[in-house]
Design a protein. Structure first.
Length: 203
């Protein structure tokens, strides 16, 4: 993809490491984990959260909740939540919580977010994102996602909408940091202050 790279897998992928990382250095942030929403009401209602490793993290509980996402400092072209899961339909009160996660990442400084509206298949999702990232060089995140979906649709084994339809793109559709950008502008890669969302809400 170009630019600095950091990968955390398995037990290494803790909430603490994610929060401590200088996230403003990264153009693309890909979270291949789960988004959770506990069905409850009143004082038992939980914020939507992204699940990190639950082992070996003594500082955090492993659940990056909605309120914590708002506090991140991003300067990314895109955040991909590649296997979010919601217990309800996307436009019920439960689904709104998952969509709120995407709005939180936009508020934190990402230009766009890709997320799923229901539980996804691991193998087809991996193929979809590999194809999508390969197509980003053409300058359109929306077109790259469309091409990746069409590739799954053309395969009889993954032609059912379950495999390709859950992923949606929110935010800016053009590519600010294409994969061929091998020498990123260091000034642009660093966090440059509050996001457009923060500025709008502070008016």
């Amino acid at each position: 993809m170009g630019g600095p790279t950091q990968v955390y897998l398995g037990a290494q992928a803790t909430e603490s490491l994610f929060k401590k990382a200088d996230l403003s250095r990264y153009s693309y942030i890909h979270l291949a984990t789960h988004g959770l929403l506990v069905s409850a009401s009143g004082k038992f209602q939980q914020q939507p959260a992204i699940l990190f490793s639950l082992f070996g993290d003594r500082e955090n509980d492993g659940f990056l909740q909605l309120g914590e996402v708002f506090g991140l400092k991003l300067n990314s072209d895109m955040v991909a939540l590649s296997s979010c899961f919601t217990s309800g339909a996307p436009y019920t009160a439960e689904g709104d919580g998952i969509l709120a996660l995407s709005r939180a990442f936009l508020f934190a400084g990402s230009d766009s977010v890709i997320l799923s509206l229901w539980q996804v298949n691991d193998d087809s999702t991996a193929r979809l994102f590999i194809d999508m990232y390969r197509s980003l060089g053409d300058g359109s995140k929306a077109e790259a996602l469309r091409r990746a979906k069409l590739a799954l649709l053309a395969n009889p084994a993954t032609s059912h909408p379950y495999y390709w339809a859950p992923f949606i793109l929110m935010g800016e559709w053009t590519v600010a940091f294409p994969p061929s950008h091998l020498k990123p502008d260091q000034q642009r890669m660093r966090f440059q202050g509050v996001s457009a969302w923060r500025k709008l809400l502070s008016m």
